[in-house]
Write a protein that binds this ligand. Structure first.
Ligand SMILES: Nc1ncnc2c1ncn2[C@@H]1O[C@H](COP(=O)(O)OP(=O)(O)OP(=O)(O)O)[C@@H](O)[C@H]1O
Ligand SMILES: [Mg+2]
Length: 252
């Protein structure tokens, strides 16, 4: 079953068509890549799916629901989590506080509970702290949980972005260039973490320029100027001459 499906998706900024009649789908449970040159429209695609931007035309379906005109908080509630290419963290918060704050995007306590520090609120807070620590342990950040986010290496900050996205308990996780700026060791670690997430049943869409990601993809779509120029397995992509010329200047 397709978890996410767009049909005829189009986004124009003034006279510029950035996403052009794009049919795109992700099967539930797979890790899919969205690849393309700089300016191809990948981040714009993320912004359309997550309700940050409204499409000029076309439809977006998620989990059998039409989310074409849904707002970001509605989309998040339905289980789409994402990271951003420019990672927005609370620099003066600790690592743990950053993840705990992300849990509050899905509040379970009422304002009454918070104001009166009720048992519901305290229980919730305890549960949130435990779950946040679990996520940090899973992503290898537990030893830096009390560091300020701004003092982390670029790689760790990226991984913290994923930890925050996981706090929303996504069914579909969308990662925008997660490997950018990471060192080789962090890349290996991150790639392993992504396979672990898939094993936990999370469907994952990755925008990435680093081709090491191909090792863990089930399928890949390549876009150029907002149009799909290839869809298939990573193996087939390597053999495809149009992709090679458009994206890799002839060599993969
Ligand atoms: N809000 C906007 N207003 C006008 N043009 C925009 C806007 N957002 C993006 N664009 C343009 O849309 C095109 C696609 O941008 P986008 O950021 O989606 O590309 P990308 O594939 O994510 O590129 P990169 O690999 O460099 O991150 C670019 O030409 C960009 O300048
Ligand atoms: Mg981008």
């Amino acid at each position: 079953m397709k978890l996410l499906e767009t049909s005829g998706l189009t986004k124009r900024f003034g006279g510029l068509t950035v996403i052009d009649n794009l049919d795109f789908g992700i099967e539930e449970g797979e890790v899919k890549g969205l690849i393309g040159p700089n300016g191809a429209g990948k981040s714009t695609f993320f912004n359309l799916v997550t309700g940050v931007l409204l499409p000029s035309a076309g439809k977006i379906k998620y989990d059998n629901r039409d989310i074409t005109r849904s707002k970001p908080h509605q989309v998040a509630k339905m289980g789409i989590g994402r990271t951003f290419q420019m990672n927005p963290l609370f620099g003066d918060f600790t690592v743990l506080e950053n993840v705990k704050a992300a849990f509050h995007l899905r509040p379970h306590s009422s304002l009454f509970d918070i104001y009166f520090n009720s048992k519901v609120y305290r229980d919730n807070e305890k549960q949130i702290a435990e779950s946040a620590e679990e996520i940090l342990a899973f992503l290898g950040l537990i030893n830096v949980r009390n560091e300020l986010a701004k003092n982390l290496s670029h790689g760790y900050q990226k991984i913290l972005g994923v930890a925050r996205a996981l706090a929303t308990r996504p069914k579909l996780l969308m990662l925008d260039e997660p490997l950018g700026g990471l060192n080789p060791e962090e890349i290996d670690f991150f790639i392993k973490a992504i396979s672990n997430l898939r094993d936990q049943g999370i469907t994952i869409l990755i925008v990435e320029h680093n081709m090491q990601v191909l090792d863990i993809l089930n399928s890949v779509s390549v876009i150029s100027f907002g149009q799909k120029i290839f869809e298939g397995t990573p193996g087939d992509m390597r053999q495809n001459s149009t992709v090679a010329e458009t994206y890799f200047g002839g060599v993969i």
